[in-house]
Design a protein around this ligand. Structure first.
Ligand SMILES: [Zn+2]
Length: 244
């Protein structure tokens, strides 16, 4: 809102303080006034923003990502990028943005022996939504990230700071982000992390070890219900078990 106000204020200042006394002034001021007006209108329309806040993506993370793709998903490829077909929503179970950032930032998984046995690649997602709805981009949209067993190779992850207490602002930000991604990529599915096991046995499921599974409840059924209600027009598919 402050940006909108700034443009409006600048425009008013210009109009009030530079009375047009001659055509010479008019020619000087008009392009500037037009520029301000265009920016003011753009600022009015712009309610969706992504703030880049990159985590480390060094050679080690790249190699661990390629290794995960090969060993876990059975996919050999030269670069750690995905063709997204799915969006997976999460909650962090960590109460603050900074603590979440610090958890995702290292390339190597810090001390989780259960997960380290399957890969040393640290968990991460491209998008992290703070309690106030601010959307942070931790990695380019289609960079490979470890956040959902069996589906990482095709899924963009969105994490929400919090637990079973996600906010209205986070709901709104998730809706906008899902819309943004669905328009940008060929997204077919929108799921909550707790639904991921429903894809076992479908062509989308790619995990070489049938015993590598973890129990998930995030981001909660009511949160998913609310997001789905508000992006209904996108006709995204959910869990195959819920399909009609
Ligand atoms: Zn999750």
């Amino acid at each position: 809102m402050s940006e909108d106000f700034l443009f409006l204020h600048a425009f008013n200042f210009l109009v009030m303080n530079f009375p047009v006394r001659s055509s010479k002034y008019l020619f000087r001021i008009l392009p500037f006034a037009a520029f301000l007006t265009i920016n003011f209108c753009a600022a009015q329309a712009l309610t969706f923003r992504i703030v880049d806040k990159p985590i480390v993506f060094d050679e080690e993370r790249k190699q661990l990502s390629l290794d995960y793709l090969a060993r876990r998903h059975g996919i050999q490829q030269p670069e750690p990028y995905i063709k997204p077909k799915m969006i997976v929503l999460h909650w962090t179970a960590i109460p603050t943005l900074e603590a979440t950032f610090d958890a995702f930032n290292p390339s190597v998984l810090p001390g989780r022996p259960d997960l380290q046995a399957t890969s040393r690649l640290n968990t991460a997602v491209p998008f992290l939504v703070d309690r106030d709805g601010t959307i942070f981009r931790l990695l380019p949209d289609t960079t490979f990230a470890r956040h959902c067993i069996g589906l990482n190779y095709c899924a963009i992850g969105i994490e929400n700071v919090g637990n079973d207490d996600l906010t209205e602002a986070q709901l709104e930000a998730n809706v906008q982000l899902v819309r943004y991604l669905a328009h940008k990529y060929n997204i077919e599915y929108l799921i909550g992390h707790y639904e991921y096991k429903d894809f076992i046995g479908t062509p989308l499921w790619k995990e070489t070890d049938p015993n590598y599974l973890t129990g998930k409840t995030d981001p909660g059924k009511s949160f998913m219900l609310n997001v789905r209600k508000r992006v209904k027009d996108l006709n995204l598919k959910g869990s195959p078990l819920q399909a009609e």
